[in-house]
Design a protein around this ligand. Sequence first.
Ligand code: GAR
Length: 194
Amino acid sequence: MKRIALFASGSGSNAEKIADYFADSADVDVTLLLTNNPKAGVIDRARRGFGKNTHVPVLLFDRTTFYNSDRITQFLQQQQIDLIVLAGFMWLMPAGLVSAFPDRIVNIHPALLPKYGGKGMYGHFVHEAVVAAGEGESGITIHFVNEHYDEGQIIFQASCPVLPTDTPDDVAHSVQVLEHTHYPRVVADVLARL
Ligand code: GAR
């Protein structure tokens, strides 16, 4: 059994898709959900059992614990986590955690990296920048995580058109459809190669 730890800071729609995708799996266990945000919608989703009534324990941590101690890394190692999956997690992963899980941390970014990545480029800011630049397409990038924002090796990309009349909300919707369609399956592919 391969064990996943999800990290999320926000609404958690991607975390829910992943939890539901593996809910009946004999090979993959969504073992933990970690969050830095006590108000994150993902906590309510986990308490409800996501979409398929699965129990995933939630660990809430603060900035000091994350950046000034090894406690999160040690906890993940004790829990024998095989893959860390960032699903709308907004803090940079500390170097010690990245080096403890080489090629075992994946992230989803709501744009076609290397465009529209880096510090401050997350969530709705990305879609606003894409529309402001008059881009004809956007999409998703699933990539391994290193200690820099949005720079690790790309695993998968998918694109969607951006029409001249599209608002950032329209782009967000198209991108979210791609995220929900592809992220669970790509995570399964990465796990199968471990
Ligand atoms: C997703 O669109 C994800 O790509 C983005 O946050 C959203 C989380 O949505 N991540 C980033 O911007 C990371 N730089 P969700 O909470 O509904 O899954």
